[in-house]
Design a protein around this ligand. Structure first.
Ligand SMILES: [Cu+2]
Length: 164
């Protein structure tokens, strides 16, 4: 009896002892992109547990995945890598165009509209969480039906690429 209880406790991540999962990922989506190029993932993360931080991300479809933030630097949209993203108790954070996003560098495969692939997000306290990403069409904004021309034409630069 004692060993059985012990085994059950071992099988549960600490955050799940209370019952419900405390960190959830919803509406994880990407855009169609070509192998070798860059891709992107957006999602909504909701935290019903203790304050936590997203500290890492990985996916089998890209050599490197990084959390990025798009910033407006005197009218020029730029992207920069950010080491972590804090998500408070009962807080929901949406990674969306023009804000936070997961940047995929050197895609290992072409992402076609309708495809899906896994992404694993690491949180400081909750640990890892894997979600399924759905590939939408190139230029998709994640908002139903929207004019994408403005986003498409926006000059977006990687800050790190401008430095020697
Ligand atoms: Cu980026």
């Amino acid at each position: 009896m004692r060993s059985r209880i012990f085994a059950i406790l071992l099988a549960l991540p600490i955050s799940a002892v209370a019952g419900q999962p405390t960190m959830t990922i919803e509406h994880a989506w990407s855009r169609a992109a070509i192998a070798g190029r860059e891709g992107v993932i957006y999602m909504t993360i909701t935290n019903s547990g203790v304050p936590d931080s997203m500290i890492g991300v990985s996916t089998p479809v890209a050599a490197t995945a990084q959390l990025h933030q798009t910033i407006n630097d005197n009218g020029v949209m730029k992207m920069r890598a950010v080491p972590s993203l804090a998500i408070g108790h009962d807080q929901s954070v949406t990674l969306a165009p023009s804000g936070y996003h997961i940047m995929l560098m050197s895609l290992k495969q072409t992402l076609k509209q309708g495809d899906s692939f896994p992404v694993t997000v690491t949180f400081q306290k909750t640990g890892t969480l894997t979600a399924t990403v759905t590939v939408e069409k190139a230029g998709a904004t994640g908002m139903a039906p929207a004019d994408t021309s403005q986003h498409m034409g926006m000059p977006v630069q990687h800050e790190d690429k401008q430095r020697p």
